[in-house]
Design a protein around this ligand. Structure first.
Ligand code: SF4
Length: 425
């Protein structure tokens, strides 16, 4: 690959028919987002109102923190609560008061709904409003749902960020400001902050912020650049507050990162020469890093099950920069507002929206891909069938955005293939 942009192949996948499936789904619920959100916002606390199952999910996904004060917990609904024999609101208020008395470091408390709290129709929005009045000026109390009844796991972040949008202060003026939206590791955020500074783009805010108490401003001058392709509702909430969405591919791989930065550069009228000079060194480093894995990935046949909502940008990166052949790219939801620039770049392939897991498994087994990207629940059965798999959740937990992570991103897909090649020797 040379230069900073690859050609579009016709209209890519933009006009191709999409296979829409509705059936049994195999995905994690939105509570999973707490794993990376609690690491990002260190002054926030996530109180899940749920069952023992919810507590187990969180503890096994996030690991149990023994030495640190935890930043998430589950208020467990007991049999009496579920049977409607206890006043859950009184119980919840008591738990919140205990928690906040013991933890003065908490500035933002999220009450997170779950399947059980939704089934018994516990109104967490009213609970958050009630408790907000009590703690006004001291602790911001918000709520969102992480229930698995109708979600996939990355929707937890979307719901959390959307819940914060009404609390964002109004921008003091209509002056242009960049709002990078979507959780990224701090080290990746710092890399982008340096690149934006070199390009003369600013002021730049990141959302979610590292301190939940310091929410960035929003207003008619806000230009939103999405770092994650699953923030559908947050994007619409920001637009409703006057912000403008900068339409761009996502910063995965050299091409995606270049196009993503270029969208901001064009909005700030950065000259092509300054842009090329600012990205030249990191883009070259990224090309070199990706090339190390191209030999392993080139020509390999990949099948994406719908899970993380990162499928389309990652498939674009793997096809265009690593030479893989895409058999099917499934995604839980296809929101064209957020993925049209990606679809235009994606080489023609079978796109599928939604899930009917048995039919997808049949198609996957029939095609016998070299690598299948899927949720944890499907990986073991497919491995037992002799297929190599990659857990899609790992792609959300790992720092994979930007130039300096492009090689690591390619490696995440190359590693299972290299492992099997070694076993065959
Ligand atoms: S929210 Fe629902 S899907 Fe998620 S762990 Fe709790 S019960 Fe299970």
């Amino acid at each position: 690959m040379t230069g900073t942009a690859l050609p579009v192949i016709g209209t890519g996948c933009a006009d191709l028919p999409v296979l829409k499936e509705r059936g049994q789904r195999e995905v994690f619920c939105g509570l999973t987002g707490i794993v990376w959100l609690h690491r990002k916002m260190q002054d926030a606390f996530f109180l899940v109102v749920g069952s023992r199952t919810c507590a187990h999910l969180l503890q096994s996904a996030a690991g149990v923190m023994i030495f640190a004060e935890p930043r998430f917990a589950t208020a467990i609904l007991g049999d009496r609560d579920l049977a409607g024999m206890a006043d859950c609101n009184e119980e919840l208020d008591r738990v919140v008061r205990q928690l906040l008395a013991r933890r003065p470091d908490i500035t933002t408390l999220f009450l997170v709904g779950s399947c059980p709290s939704e089934v018994i129709k516990l109104d967490l929005a009213r609970a958050a409003a009630r408790l907000s009045r009590e703690y006004q000026g001291a602790v911001r109390i918000l709520n969102y749902s992480g229930s698995g009844i109708e979600t996939t796991f990355t929707q937890g972040e979307d719901a959390c960020l959307k819940a914060m949008v009404p609390a964002m202060p109004a921008a003091a003026s209509d002056e242009r400001a960049l709002l990078v939206c979507g959780t990224m590791a701090d080290v990746v955020e710092d890399q982008f902050a340096r690149l934006f500074a070199e390009l003369g783009i600013g002021p730049v805010h990141f959302f979610p912020p590292r301190r939940a108490a310091a929410l960035p401003p929003v207003g008619p001058g806000t230009q939103v650049l999405l770092a994650q392709p699953f923030l559908n509702e947050t994007t619409r909430a920001l637009v409703a507050r006057g912000a403008t969405l900068l339409s761009a591919p996502y910063p995965f791989g050299v091409e995606g990162t270049t196009a993503w930065l270029r969208a901001a550069a064009e909005a700030w009228a950065v000259t092509p020469a300054r842009f090329a000079s600012a990205i030249a060194a990191p883009a070259q480093r990224a090309r070199t890093a990706v090339a190390r894995y191209r030999e392993t990935l080139d020509g390999k046949r990949l099948f994406f099950f719908p899970d993380s909502q990162l499928e389309i940008p990652l498939a674009r990166f793997l096809a265009r920069e690593c030479g893989v052949e895409l058999l099917e790219v499934g995604t839980p939801y296809l929101d064209r507002l957020l993925v049209d620039p990606e679809l235009a770049l994606l080489p023609p392939t079978q796109l599928a929206e939604g899930q009917d897991v048995e039919r997808q498994l049949d198609r996957c087994r029939a095609q016998h891909p070299d690598l299948t990207i899927c949720g944890l629940g499907l990986a073991n059965p497919l491995e037992a069938d002799g297929l190599r798999t990659k857990w899609s959740i790992e792609l959300v937990f790992s720092p994979v955005h930007g130039f300096d992570q492009a090689g690591d991103l390619a490696e995440l897909f190359a590693r299972p293939l290299q492992r099997i090649a070694k076993l065959k020797v």
